[in-house]
Ligand binder design. Structure first.
Ligand code: IVH
Length: 674
């Protein structure tokens, strides 16, 4: 046998063992034998780089290369499902389907609603070619490299009757066992815990490093087959075919003929789901026939042929022991309850959020109270009230101390007196340049995509640099050196160079985004642009009086005061001065100043669809540069719709109804003389 045919044979064999192990849970060889074959294949592939294949079983371990996620437009939009919360709404759905099909008989496919994140997989000639997240439903992130590490997803289908090209969608999730292992590890490493398997799965799938993904133990269930050549008219039957091709399809799908069948399924899984190895947050009901699905059609957001029934949040009772306070990156202080451990929705819960002082007040809690904790598939569990029966305070020293009215007055991290802004329920630490979580929050804002766009630097790296004392504020980023960052545990050379390069590149970021990046309270993207356009430079903004600021269209008292306050602080002026020294843009470029026109003066423009020449954000900026206004929804006052590809059908209909003009991308660019 030549090396090439040996490599091909080993790949096929390992794909098969992989399927037996991860999809069927029925391995036919020992782990040692599997490892030996894998090593043999790795060696052979190392000797023959010309035979590289991204879908080889050896690639499941991922790589240390930094993944960037190019955005991909979905071939068919990824809709979400309408939710129902009770039987009444389910039977209304059933009725709507019946009416929509004019009384024709139909079947409903009942499925579990897996609580992960949806993924779209594309296969061509049996090979996985692309995996894309849902994103905003129109476009998502290409996460193929990470998805290749998920062992239950076939990279190469064995021979079968699959169509040459198809798409299959499903849910990527982290089973409870992997989730618990991951969080135990993070606890030991002093890293923040993931609130639930969904967040963990989503954080993992977006990880920049596919070898991290490979280690976490993601899994996937597929539930929707699409494409021209798919086997038949039945959704259920198609998924059975997909199972034969090698996909992991839930064994808990059921076809039912009537509403009673639906209710039986719901009743059964309402409790049985607790013993499943993965998190579920409801049931999905789908009309089985694809022809009937087509005839029912969809609304703007979701199909009329399917619906989700969400399980009630689970509750448990336990004892409140202590209240501690956490400071978030915005400075908001959240009271957190420490409680006796209690089993809730599959995990042991010790802490719950109390949101803010008002919530504590209204619950009237005392230390030692028996409380009701709830977890609704959502984030962190919360205390929703006192339990009906209260045992007598049980000997704890501070039992009976009222929690209400005792909200702390100083920041638990830095000691600064807390403030409560008018109309807001939260208490805030105002020390935004001196309190660590707030400093980190400011730096994260500074580097974010719409600000300085230093995206090769993630929040975790920022944390790390801060902990090592390398940065105290965003201006320090410009003083970082390769030697500093290469210190042990700080990073590898390639990654470090990339980070330094994107910091360097940020010096070219236009002034209006710098003005946004420095984080003046209430100065969002739009206000920053308005200020930049009207004043032209940082110095002019800093020197403006309250009156001068407020004379500008779009700048009100709140923003004007905030700008004044910002520049009144010596530490802020100093910070801006340091950015200037490092070469960050402090004024509008000549080009931008001259690019401005009033060609779109006074026009209200809606943006819709997907564009080729510029991003959506760039079009927004262009509209503003030429004196127009970008507005969110179509009304009689809309001047025109700037429409790209795949403009939403609802918007199109509305524009046509109101007689609002539709302007294509090229026409628009001509309009502004670009
Ligand atoms: S079908 C058009 N089936 O729930 C049909 N979705 O709110 C699209 N999900 O985005 C989805 N389990 O992430 C479908 N068995 C299942 C599902 C499921 C979980 C998720 C999916 C989707 C969301 C809908």
């Amino acid at each position: 046998m030549t090396d090439e045919s040996l490599i091909l044979a080993l790949r096929a064999e390992l794909h098969r063992h992989n399927y037996n192990y991860y999809v069927l849970n029925a391995p036919t060889i020992s782990d040692q034998e599997f490892d030996a074959k894998m090593r043999q294949l790795q060696d052979l592939e190392a000797q023959h780089p010309e035979l590289f294949d991204a879908n080889s079983p050896t690639q499941r371990v991922g790589s240390d290369l930094n993944n960037e996620f190019p955005t991909v437009v979905h071939k068919r939009p990824m809709l979400s499902l309408a939710n129902t919360y009770n039987r009444q709404e389910v039977s209304e759905f059933f009725q709507r389907v019946q009416d929509g099909l004019h009384g024709a008989p139909f079947q409903i496919c009942c499925e579990l609603k897996f609580d992960g994140l949806s993924i779209s997989l594309h296969y061509e000639y049996g090979r996985l070619v692309r995996a894309v997240t849902r994103g905003d439903g129109v476009q998502g992130d290409d996460v193929t490299a990470n998805v290749r590490t998920i062992r239950s997803i076939p990279l190469q289908l064995p021979d079968g009757d699959w169509p040459e090209e198809f798409e299959i969608r499903g849910e990527v999730l982290l089973p409870w066992s992997s989730f618990d292992r991951l969080n135990r590890q993070r606890e030991a490493d002093g890293e923040p815990l993931f609130a639930n398997p969904r967040n963990a799965a989503s954080g993992t799938l977006k990880s920049k490093n596919s070898s991290t993904v490979a280690k976490r133990g993601l899994d996937a269930y597929l539930y929707y087959l699409l494409g021209d050549g798919i086997p038949g008219d039945g959704h259920y039957e198609n998924l059975q075919a997909a199972r034969r091709w090698g996909f992991q399809i839930s064994e808990h799908m059921r076809l039912v003929d009537d509403l009673q069948g639906v209710f039986d399924y719901i009743d059964y899984w309402d409790t049985a789901r607790r013993s499943l190895p993965v998190a579920t947050d409801g049931i999905v009901l789908k009309v089985n026939s694809l022809a009937q699905q087509r005839s029912l059609g969809m609304t703007a957001k979701s199909p009329r042929w399917a619906i989700a029934y969400k399980f009630q949040a689970e509750q448990a009772e336990t004892v409140l022991r202590q209240i501690v306070y956490q400071v978030g990156r915005t400075g908001a202080v959240t009271p957190v309850a420490n409680m006796d451990p209690v089993l809730l929705a599959g995990t042991t819960v010790r802490r719950a959020t109390l949101h803010n002082a008002d919530v504590i007040q209204s619950l009237g809690l005392r230390i030692g109270d028996r409380v009701l904790v709830e977890k609704g598939g959502e984030i962190i569990p919360k205390i929703v009230g006192k339990a009906e029966t209260q045992s007598v305070a049980d000997g704890a020293e501070n039992a009976g101390t009222a929690v209400a009215g005792t909200f702390i007055s100083r920041c638990p991290v830095c000691g600064t007196p807390l403030v409560r802004y008018e109309g807001e329920a939260a208490h805030y630490c105002p020390n935004d340049t001196g309190c660590p979580p707030l400093i980190l929050g400011r730096i994260e804002h500074f580097i974010s995509r719409k600000a300085m766009n230093i995206t090769s630097l993630g929040p975790e790296t920022v944390d790390e640099y801060f902990r090592q004392g390398l940065i105290r504020d965003a201006a320090d980023l410009y003083e970082l050196t390769e030697e500093q960052l290469l210190r042990p545990a700080a990073g590898d050379q390639k990654g470090v160079r990339k980070i330094l390069q994107s910091i360097e590149d940020s010096k070219a970021v236009p002034f209006e985004r710098v003005l946004y990046a420095i984080g003046i309270r209430f100065v969002g993207e739009i206000a920053a642009k308005t200020l930049a356009r009207n004043f032209g430079s940082m110095d002019a903004v800093a020197a403006a009086s309250l009156d001068e600021l407020m004379q500008i269209n779009g700048i009100g008292l709140v923003i004007a005061q905030s700008v004044m306050q910002y520049f009144a602080e010596p530490k802020n002026r100093d910070f801006v001065g340091r950015l200037r020294q490092h070469g960050v843009q402090m004024q509008l470029s000549e080009e931008r100043l001259s690019a401005q026109s009033d060609r779109l003066q006074g026009q209200a423009i809606v943006i819709s669809g997907v564009f080729h020449h510029h991003s959506r954000d760039e079009y927004k900026a262009l509209i503003e540069q030429h004196g127009g206004r970008n507005v969110g929804s179509i009304s009689q006052k809309t001047s025109f719709v700037l429409a790209g590809e795949n403009m939403g059908p609802a918007k199109l209909e509305k524009a046509e109804k109101l007689g609002v003009r539709i302007v294509g991308e090229d026409e628009f660019l001509k309009l502004i003389g670009e």
